[in-house]
Design a protein around this ligand. Structure first.
Ligand code: URA
Length: 244
C-alpha cells in the first residue's frame, strides 16, 4: 500500500483554513467532525492524509475540502486581479473564504491582466507551478484577441520570426504562432509569459488589443460549460494534459 504522510487532525484542519487548533478542538467536541461516519473527538490523533480523505471526513456535515496538492481551473472574469494584495476584486475572492488561510497557500500559475478573461489555473503545489512556468518546458498558451484595427498582413511572419523585440526589452521573443480568424480577430499561441505580452506584441505591430481571452494552457482547454467566474478542481489527468 502507498505510504501517505500523517498529520494531527487539528494541525491538518487549521492548515486548511477551518480555524485555530482551539476552534477545531471545540468543533470536534460539539460533534462537528466525523471520520468514516464516526464522531472524531480526539483532534490530537494522527491520521494518514490520503487523497480520499474528503470522501471520508465531514466537517459540520460537509465533505472535507481537497487536501494539499490541488489544482483549480477558473474561467477568470474580466475586472478581477491575479494578486493576493492589490485593492479591488481579486480572483481569490471567487474561492471559498476559508481557502485564504490555507497553508500552503493557493496561487495563480502565471497571471492574466485585470482586463483579460479565460483559463487560469491556481494551485497550492509549488512544484507544479514551477513546472508550468518554467521556460524550459515551452508550455503553449493560446489567446483569442480582438483588435482595434485590421491586421496589416505581416504579423504572422513577425511573430514567428523569433526576432520581435518588445519595447524596453533586450531579448527577442521566442517564435509565436498566429491563426487568423478575421482581419480583427486572431488566435495567438505563445510559449513565454512576459508582462502584458500579447498586448505588447500587437502594440509592436501598430495595433491595439481590445479584448483578450485565454483559451488553453498546453493541452488543457476551458470546458464549454464553465461560465466566467466558475471553477472546478482538476484531475491528475487534466493536470498532466497541460504538458502534452
Ligand atoms: N498577454 C497579455 O497582454 N495579457 C494577459 O493577460 C496575458 C497575456
Amino acid at each position: 500500500m502507498a505510504k501517505f504522510p500523517t498529520s494531527r487532525v487539528d494541525k491538518l484542519l487549521s492548515s486548511m483554513g477551518y480555524g485555530s487548533r482551539r476552534e477545531i478542538a471545540q468543533m470536534a467536541k460539539a460533534g462537528g467532525i466525523t471520520l468514516d461516519a464516526a464522531d472524531l473527538l480526539d483532534v490530537t490523533k494522527r491520521i494518514p492524509i490520503t487523497p480520499d480523505l474528503p470522501t471520508r471526513m465531514k466537517i459540520d456535515g460537509e465533505a472535507l475540502d481537497p487536501v494539499a496538492g490541488m489544482a483549480i481551473l477558473l474561467n477568470k472574469p474580466l475586472g478581477m486581479t491575479c494578486s493576493h494584495k492589490e485593492e479591488g476584486a481579486l480572483v481569490y475572492d471567487i474561492l471559498p473564504d476559508r481557502w485564504r488561510w490555507r497553508n500552503p497557500a493557493i496561487s495563480t500559475i502565471g497571471r492574466l491582466d485585470k482586463q483579460t478573461s479565460g483559463l487560469l489555473v491556481l494551485t497550492d503545489d509549488g512544484d507544479l507551478l514551477h513546472r508550468v512556468i518554467s521556460p524550459k518546458r515551452h508550455v503553449k498558451k493560446t489567446y483569442r484577441a480582438k483588435l482595434a484595427r485590421p491586421l496589416n498582413g505581416s504579423e504572422a511572419d513577425q511573430f514567428a520570426s523569433g526576432l520581435l523585440m518588445l519595447e524596453g526589452e533586450n531579448k527577442p521573443l521566442a517564435p509565436a504562432e498566429l491563426d487568423i480568424i478575421s482581419e480583427t480577430e486572431v488566435l495567438l499561441s505563445v510559449t513565454e509569459g512576459r508582462y502584458h505580452q500579447v498586448r505588447r506584441m500587437f502594440a509592436a505591430t501598430g495595433n491595439h488589443v481590445e479584448e483578450l481571452h485565454r483559451e488553453s494552457l498546453g493541452g488543457l482547454s476551458l470546458p464549454d460549460g464553465l461560465a466566467p467566474g466558475q471553477w472546478k478542481l482538476l484531475s491528475g489527468e487534466e493536470i498532466a494534459s497541460i504538458f502534452q
